[in-house]
Design a protein around this ligand. Sequence first.
Ligand SMILES: NC(=O)C1=CN([C@@H]2O[C@H](COP(=O)(O)OP(=O)(O)OC[C@H]3O[C@@H](n4cnc5c(N)ncnc54)[C@H](OP(=O)(O)O)[C@@H]3O)[C@@H](O)[C@H]2O)C=CC1
Ligand SMILES: O=C(O)[C@@H]1CCC=N1
Length: 282
Amino acid sequence: MIAGFIGTGSMGSILIEAFIHSGAFNPEQIVASNRTISKVELLAQTYAGLQVARSNREVVTRSDIIFICVKPGEFKKVIDEIKEDVLPSQMVISITSPILIQHLESTLPAKISKIIPSITNYVLSGATLCIHGNRMQPEDQEWLENLLAHISSPIRVSENYTRISSDLSSCGPAFLAYFLQSFINAAVEETGISKEEATLLASEMTLGTGKLLTTGGFDPATLQKRVAVPGGITAEGLRIMDNELVGMFQQVVRATHTKYAEDLEKAEQLLCTKQQPSQEPN
Ligand SMILES: NC(=O)C1=CN([C@@H]2O[C@H](COP(=O)(O)OP(=O)(O)OC[C@H]3O[C@@H](n4cnc5c(N)ncnc54)[C@H](OP(=O)(O)O)[C@@H]3O)[C@@H](O)[C@H]2O)C=CC1
Ligand SMILES: O=C(O)[C@@H]1CCC=N1
């Protein structure tokens, strides 16, 4: 089994490294190309045996499964380059949310899935969202999800909910990190605690909270209730958040969906497909 990667930017390289670290693939089983080839060469220096491809077509002809890890605006060029070489027996997996399954199935003869990874997959954690096309048979779907289980919890989602699922799973780490950075900065400014100590405490707290919410039997509401003892300190902090953050997350969700609608429109124009996707309610 050879896995090909087209695009080794932030997420392409995270997926490659996660697959290697998890033991899902040996470096010899990976072939990769990137517009700026030095990025792949660097990966090959780190992981001896990883194969550097000099073109996207070379990745396709040498792989059984191909991950396309480029941004939406770069997609058309990649598809045009590879479409003559892609075979019906191959799996083509896109990680680019506004490129719809219908876009891919109408341009490539392969078995198509879309997955939305998360930076958390770098530490073999978090979810990978899975949306399978019609050509992916149940056994293909199971095979792909078993592969993704090496680096994440694969979770099937409806394509209609791609954006909000991805907001939570893939944008979420940045949103949470923003929250933590603001908390840490305030701690340093207001009390003089060192940034290093505040960061260590906040990071350990985040790890523990994640465990409570995934395997510890808590949901966000019960967790708050358990920590915020009546008449205690936490309740004072939550009171401020209740006042200050009202409506903020609604605005965040609306903003990501507005951008997504723009990206979908551009992808439609770029790839010239006719059918319109149904949009999830906000
Ligand atoms: N970052 C994240 O946390 C997540 C990202 N994604 C999605 O992954 C996709 C990629 O994002 P990300 O990795 O962050 O973006 P990057 O810009 O870091 O990576 C994109 C890569 O694609 C390469 N590239 C562009 N055009 C071509 C081409 N024609 N042939 C080969 N390689 C090409 C770029 O090369 P060059 O080095 O020349 O720029 C770059 O390395 C996006 O659609 C994003 O939405 C999904 C989930 C999470
Ligand atoms: O910011 C972005 O566009 C991508 C999508 C999910 C995470 N990062």
